[in-house]
Structure formats: C-alpha cells, structure tokens
Design a protein around this ligand. Structure first.
Ligand SMILES: Cc1cc2nc3c(=O)[nH]c(=O)nc-3n(C[C@H](O)[C@H](O)[C@H](O)COP(=O)(O)O)c2cc1C
Length: 258
C-alpha cells in the first residue's frame, strides 16, 4: 500500500509509477481520509504484511507537507511487514523533511522506514516573490531524471536494498527548525487567493482542493475557507489561469503533472 499526498500531481505520479514498478496497485490518496483525520478522532488502517508500505509526498518549506504530517499523526497504521519506504518529492532539496517523517511515523505508529529518499520534480512554489516555476527545459530535465531514478528506487524496495539518495541542501538545521515552523505558523493563510475575471465558475478548484478548503459562493466564484495547506493545487490547475495570489502570481508560470 502506498499513501500519497499531492498538490500538483508530482507526488501522485511518483506513487503510481513506483506502484506499477513494484506491482502494488494499492495506491491511496490521503485526501480521501481527510474527514477521518481532521476531526481529531483519527483512524486505524490495517496494511497487509505481505505487501510493502510506502509514503510519498511533497516537501514544503524544507519539511513535511502539512497534510502528510497530520495524516501520520492521526492515522494509526498497523503493519507487521518488513518493507517500509518513503519518497519525498521536492523541487530542489528537502532539509529536515526526512527526519520529520521518520519521527512522526515512529512516534505514532512505531514504524521505521528502511529508507527515505528524495526525487526532484518541477517546482511549484509561486506565491512568494523570488520563487517561481522552472523553465521548460529544466522541467523536461527533471522529469527525465526522475523517470530514470524511479526504477532504481523500485529495485531497492523489491530487493530490500539500501537506497540513500536524499538531497538535504544547505543549512538544514536552520531551515528545518526555524524556517519550517515559521512557515507553518504564518504563511498558510489563504486570504490573498482570489479569482479574477477569467473565472468561468467551473468549480475545478473546489474539486481539486485536497483539503476541502474551497467552495463557490453565491456569485459562483471560489472562496477559500481558511484552512489552506498551500499545496497550490487550485492556482496551478485552474484551466483559465484565473486564480491569483495577491499581486505576486499574475506573471508567474503555472505547472501541474499532466
Ligand atoms: C508551499 C510549498 C513549499 C515548497 N517548499 C519546497 C522546499 O522547501 N524545497 C523544495 O525543494 N521544493 C519545495 N517546493 C516544491 C515542491 O516540493 C515540488 O514542486 C513538488 O514536486 C510538488 O509536489 P506535488 O506536485 O506532489 O504537490 C514547495 C512547494 C510548495 C507548494
């Protein structure tokens, strides 16, 4: 069983590709457990010991994406098998995301990963000046490199081999212990999202939001409900490029895994 979270499709692709390479069709989107984990009651999930157990999610602010962090804290996963792996999907590097995932899995489900590795995929962080999507050439390079890397990861899972490719980046302590908590505390607000005049009220943003954080208002325009995790699914996947974030994203690129 492979649990994944995704904003813009990169992690879903990685989960599905790994699943097909290792012969595991049991791929679970943790957004489907949203109502179970968000109300505080939690959930117990039994995983067949005969199959591998995996976790795939994006890196956010050099740490674990909030939805996956909440999932591993609220879902008690019963697994007596031997193969546990995690893949952190980043644009560049991962800082302390690996340690955060390992700590949470151990603390809440007594699960220890055989390995936690990283895979670079196209960048999606566009809601702060100085950041943005990758140029087309780099997108193609990253996707091609990932397609080569994923069979290596699958081989390690199948044959129980170590796999230690993990890109930490610079100053992991500072980023993981200071920048990440500040990011989680102060930058997840969705107050700056709005739909401009290109909005056709199709409701795709509502359907695509993994946190059930968007609804259409009386004028059939999206409104954000205040519990965003900044996965940026809404802004990248809007078919009319109508969703904006303050005055930052009008000229920024958009990306999602197609
Ligand atoms: C809020 C946010 C924060 C991010 N922070 C990082 C980061 O710290 N390091 C990094 O390499 N990529 C970062 N990224 C890029 C994503 O990790 C990367 O694009 C990933 O492939 C997205 O996966 P997804 O399509 O499954 O959502 C960030 C993206 C978002 C939306």
């Amino acid at each position: 069983m492979i649990f994944y979270f995704t904003g813009t499709g990169n992690s879903r692709h990685v989960a599905e590709r790994i699943g097909s390479l290792i012969g595991d069709g049991n791929i679970k989107n943790i957004a489907d457990y949203y109502n179970d984990v968000v109300d505080g009651k939690g959930i117990v999930i039994d995983v067949d010991s005969a199959e591998p157990l995996g976790f795939v999610c994006p890196v956010h602010s050099w740490g674990l994406a909030k939805s996956m962090r909440r999932f591993v804290k609220k879902a008690k996963i019963n697994y007596g098998g031997k193969k546990i792996f995690a893949i952190l999907v980043c644009g560049d590097n991962c800082g302390k995301a690996r340690e955060q995932l390992q700590e949470a899995l151990w603390k809440h489900s007594r699960l220890r990963c055989d390995f936690v590795c990283s895979v670079q995929m196209p960048n999606t962080y566009i809601v702060m000046k100085g950041f943005g999507t990758d140029p087309d050439e780099l997108v193609a390079q990253k996707l091609a490199a990932a397609e080569k890397q994923l069979p290596e990861i699958a081989d390690a899972i199948i044959n129980g081999k170590p796999y230690d490719h993990y890109v930490v980046g610079t100053k992991p302590f500072l980023k993981g212990r200071i920048v990440y908590p500040l990011f989680m505390a102060f930058t997840l607000s969705d107050k700056k999202f709005y739909a401009d005049d290109n909005c056709i009220s199709c409701g795709q943003c509502v359907n695509n939001c993994p946190e059930q954080n968007i609804r259409l208002n009386a004028q059939k325009r999206p409104e954000w409900l205040g519990h965003c995790v900044k996965c940026l699914s809404c802004i990248h996947r809007c078919p009319k490029r109508a969703i904006q974030y303050g005055d930052i994203t009008q000229k920024m690129g958009r990306y999602y895994y197609k």
